[in-house]
Design a protein around this ligand. Structure first.
Ligand SMILES: [Zn+2]
Length: 50
């Protein structure tokens, strides 16, 4: 579990909002949004690691 650094509410894998961006299979990133305040928490390539 982690907390959103912006609104301090709990964010977990079930509630986090994801948006895949990218073209093709080689350049694909996933953006993670806080479900409470819609702030961007980060992005990753592939699996969510935190
Ligand atoms: Zn938040």
């Amino acid at each position: 579990m982690s907390k959103c650094p912006f609104c301090k509410l709990e964010v977990n894998l079930d509630s986090v909002q994801r948006e895949k961006k990218g073209i093709g299979i080689f350049k694909q990133e996933t953006l993670y949004y806080c479900p409470h305040c819609q702030s961007i928490l980060g992005f990753s390539r592939g699996k969510y690691t935190s």
